[in-house]
Design a protein around this ligand. Structure first.
Ligand SMILES: Cc1cc2nc3c(=O)[nH]c(=O)nc-3n(C[C@H](O)[C@H](O)[C@H](O)COP(=O)(O)OP(=O)(O)OC[C@H]3O[C@@H](n4cnc5c(N)ncnc54)[C@H](O)[C@@H]3O)c2cc1C
Length: 414
């Protein structure tokens, strides 16, 4: 029997690794501690709201090549939708002013010359200021590099917080630069906003599980790996709460668990150890958010508001200041932004506040330096996860790239 690849963790890093292995025709087994796959990117039925919700709104851009490649492979590319144009509507809660940032599709960003396509009151050369992130000194924060630009408050800081899940004052300019390079700098065609038509699981998770099952992959849920037995720089067995799983002589493994679990399983490994929360507040109400399906809020409590099929969902990234407040306080402070942005009247509808306290590693320069590469000196093991050294912040794109890289390194060692 061909040697097997064991994948630990069925978040998007683990799933993308398993998909790559299964696609190559090698046997693969996936072990997930939870009862469902998806990790930090999943949907579930909320009894109180009486509908399915996502743990949090996830937005990707058309420049996220690994995400689109993964969806194509599992037959789910058509499950993402969006406005079909690179446009981003905003509302400034202090002034009440609304605008739509409308990029052009090509690489030459002539849109900055058109006052109707850019932030009100901005000048074309303010946008050029963004290029400063590419020359930033090692260890610089986004605010240090862009803080003096007049677009900092209405555009650069909100984009950086969304991309890094870290306040611009602390977020790494270098990590923000990698996102800018693959999206804004690549032109509007790389900046089409995309989000699931149904839910995260329907786009990113269920089609991957079906793809794996169709190729004979073994999927184990409720199977927490508690220990790695490493002998002569090789993993020889996986400890579980029940019987240990012995690895065959040529078996390999991808460890795709969160960093604090990876550090428990591989003591002594340096990993990111600071995290940032994301809050999502789902209101059981239907609304229209034309023309994009979402609105960015400047100067409010809410940051991004998505109008979905059965709920309106609000995202607040780097939500350290709010995360310990009671759910009702959070919902009440966010609802006025939603009502204003989507022109809703009446009392606040039923809501659900989802607090992801360790949504991503804190994308600071210091934490970025703690990210290990995929190979750590254990011959049959590769690491994956959005927190490994992908060069990107904690994103779906980073998670999927890391999973595919881990699978490739194991199957085609150089
Ligand atoms: C609210 C929220 C909003 C977000 N918004 C965006 C966005 O808009 N755009 C974007 O690109 N990214 C976004 N992200 C980030 C994105 O969700 C993550 O980068 C990605 O899902 C991480 O995937 P992963 O596989 O690396 O980790 P995880 O999803 O954490 O997967 C790890 C898996 O390992 C399992 N596991 C843990 N311990 C064990 C064990 N001992 N044995 C077996 N299994 C184990 C866990 O149960 C989990 O399923 C957001 C994240 C959150 C939380």
């Amino acid at each position: 029997m061909a040697s097997r690849v064991h994948v630990i963790g069925a978040g998007l890093a683990g799933l993308s690794a398993a998909v790559a292995v299964a696609e190559s025709g090698r046997p693969v087994a996936v072990y997930e501690a939870g009862q469902a796959a998806g990790g930090r990117c999943r949907s579930y039925f909320d009894r109180e709201l009486g509908c399915r919700i996502d743990n949090g709104n996830h937005l990707v851009l058309s420049g996220n090549g690994a995400v689109l490649g993964y969806l194509r492979r599992i037959g789910a590319e058509q499950t993402l939708i969006g406005p079909g144009e690179p446009l981003f509507p905003f509302l400034d809660r202090r002034s009440g002013q609304r605008w739509v940032l409308r990029l052009n599709r090509g690489r030459v960003p002539w849109w900055v010359l058109d006052p109707h396509r850019r932030v009100p009151g901005s000048r074309w050369f303010d946008y050029l200021g963004l290029l400063a992130v590419f020359g930033a000194r090692d260890g610089a924060s986004v605010a240090e590099v862009l803080g003096a630009n007049r677009l900092f408050r209405p555009l650069f800081a909100p984009l950086a917080i969304a991309a890094l899940n870290t306040e611009a004052e602390h977020g790494s300019a270098a990590l923000f630069a990698s996102v800018v390079k693959e999206t804004l700098l690549a032109g509007g065609a790389a900046c089409l906003p995309l989000y699931p038509r149904e839910g995260l699981s329907e786009s990113f998770v269920d089609p991957a599980l079906a793809f794996l099952a169709a190729r004979g992959a073994e999927l184990f849920f409720g199977r927490r790996i508690t220990r790695l037995v490493v002998e002569s720089q090789r993993v020889t067995a996986l400890g579980t709460t029940g019987e240990a799983i012995a690895l065959g002589a040529d078996d390999q493994m991808v460890l795709a668990v969160p960093p604090w679990i990876a550090a428990e399983l591989l003591p002594g490994m340096t990993v990111p150890d600071q995290f940032a929360p994301i809050l999502n507040i789902h209101f059981r109400v239907q609304a229209d958010a034309a023309p994009a399906g979402f609105v960015g809020i400047i100067g409010g409590v809410a940051e991004w508001i998505f109008a979905k099929k059965e709920v309106v969902s609000v995202t607040i990234s780097a939500a350290n200041r709010l995360v310990d407040q009671p759910a009702e306080t959070i919902a009440a402070s966010v609802w006025p932004d939603v009502a204003a942005a989507l022109e809703l009247s009446g009392p606040m509808p039923p809501y659900r506040v989802v607090k992801e306290k360790r949504a991503t590693f804190a994308a600071t320069p210091a934490q970025n330096r703690r990210r290990p590469g995929p190979r750590i000196g254990v011959s049959n093991l590769a690491l994956a996860g959005d927190w490994t050294a992908t060069g990107l912040p904690g994103t779906i794109e980073g998670a999927i790239r890391s999973g595919e890289t881990a699978a490739r390194l194991l199957m085609n060692p150089v």
